[in-house]
Design a protein around this ligand. Structure first.
Ligand SMILES: Nc1ncnc2c1ncn2[C@@H]1O[C@H](COP(=O)(O)OP(=O)(O)OP(=O)(O)O)[C@@H](O)[C@H]1O
Length: 357
């Protein structure tokens, strides 16, 4: 499935926009602040979660607009849409084929992944960013992962509240929450484990001549079965009570990435090498989606071309073209996309308007 039409209403610097798109490459160029990333962010909202900037919904609504916003897409004969109402700007609403639907159901329709300049620091910063990236990779493969993560998080929040309040007279409540954490935590951890194993197999065979090949590992990966998680939660109750929160569990998972050839952890690699590791992961993951979901991903690549030398840039375009799917690319200079396949659609973005070049 790919996006055949994108419509925006009061989203960031777009009052109204309707864009006819096609499978393959979609290139958006224009000067700084024109609204290129905003388009990619809009597409990223067609997946569960907070989108590629992880921004608050309120910030996405156009300033000086009515306070609401809408992003809608046509996927062949399927219509999906998400946004807010002016009366409830903090609440996201989603519609699939004109019927209200849980936002997590969006994962059933599109496998969306992105790389943004902010992700250049993915390996340097805390585990939360990598966990988020990991869960996106899993969700693009197994749509149910979005729902399982949400259920785990809801149970964890509730358990943390109980631990922080110290109202533990009703132990059966805590028992029930531990059961839920173990059940959904196990589904989350098993899905991450499956994806990392499958991706590692593809990465072993990947061509490492252009982009460095990583090996992947999951921290605390033994803690996967429902029974093990349940036992751990029971044993950790005194420590959790003292801390007022759940100290251990799948919410602390981390994705460890190593540069295979250099035998170095990713955070010790150069900026360019780190970016190359991310490209390798994204490309292998696109193959995994094709293999397991029999569809191609929608890739949102924000300003990736500018940071590659011409040879690597051309190699990236080739590799993406081989894989098919839909690739949304941004850059300030149209010249950056000279080596892109002929059938690409080039758009010029200027101050919240988009024109076909
Ligand atoms: N809620 C909003 N309402 C109106 N305008 C907004 C809103 N949020 C952001 N903007 C505007 O959108 C513009 C930024 O758009 P975007 O980040 O898409 O630019 P870009 O073309 O990707 O730029 P760059 O090349 O610098 O990355 C800025 O001018 C910003 O002020």
């Amino acid at each position: 499935m790919t996006v055949s039409q994108l419509s925006l209403h009061n989203f960031r610097n777009y009052q109204e926009l309707r864009l006819e798109t096609a499978p393959g490459f979609l290139v958006f160029s224009g000067e700084n602040g024109a609204g290129k990333t905003n388009i990619l962010e809009a597409v990223s909202l067609l997946a569960p979660g907070r989108g590629l900037r992880r921004a608050a919904l309120r910030d996405m609504a156009r300033q000086n607009g009515a306070g609401d916003f809408a992003v809608a897409a046509q996927l062949g004969d399927v219509q999906i849409g998400t946004g807010t109402d002016a009366s409830t700007p903090e609440r996201r609403r989603t519609r699939i084929n004109e019927a209200t639907a849980p936002t997590n159901d969006l994962a059933e329709w599109l496998s969306i992944l992105w790389l943004t300049p902010a992700m250049d620091r993915l390996f340097m910063e805390g585990a939360a960013g990598r966990r988020n990236f990991l869960d996106r990779l899993v969700m693009a493969l197994e749509p149910a992962h979005a729902r399982n993560c949400a259920r785990y998080e809801a149970a964890r929040r509730e358990r943390n509240r109980l631990l922080a309040d110290g109202h533990l007279a009703d132990m059966s409540w805590l028992d029930g929450l531990d059961g839920q954490l173990a059940q959904f935590g196990s589904l989350v951890a098993e899905a991450r484990h499956r994806m990392v194993l499958a991706l590692a197999l593809l990465l072993e065979e990947a061509d490492s001549s252009i982009f460095a090949t990583p090996t992947l590992d999951l921290a605390d990966d033994q803690l996967r079965s429902e029974d093990l998680i349940h036992d751990m939660l029971r044993r950790n109750r005194p420590a959790d009570r003292a801390a007022g929160r759940t100290l251990r569990g799948p919410h602390r998972a981390d994705l460890d990435v190593f540069h295979s050839a250099k035998q170095q952890p990713a955070d010790k690699c150069s900026t360019g090498e780190q970016k190359a590791l991310l490209f390798s992961i994204i490309l292998a993951h696109a193959d995994l989606i094709a293999e397991q979901r029999e569809q191609r991903p929608v890739l949102l690549l924000d300003e990736v071309a500018a940071h590659l030398d011409p040879q690597r840039r051309a190699a990236l375009f080739d590799k993406l073209a081989e894989r098919g799917g839909q690739v949304w690319l941004t850059g300030t200079e149209p010249a950056l996309f000279r080596d892109i396949p002929d059938n690409a659609l080039h758009f010029e973005v200027s101050d919240g308007t988009v024109k076909l070049r």
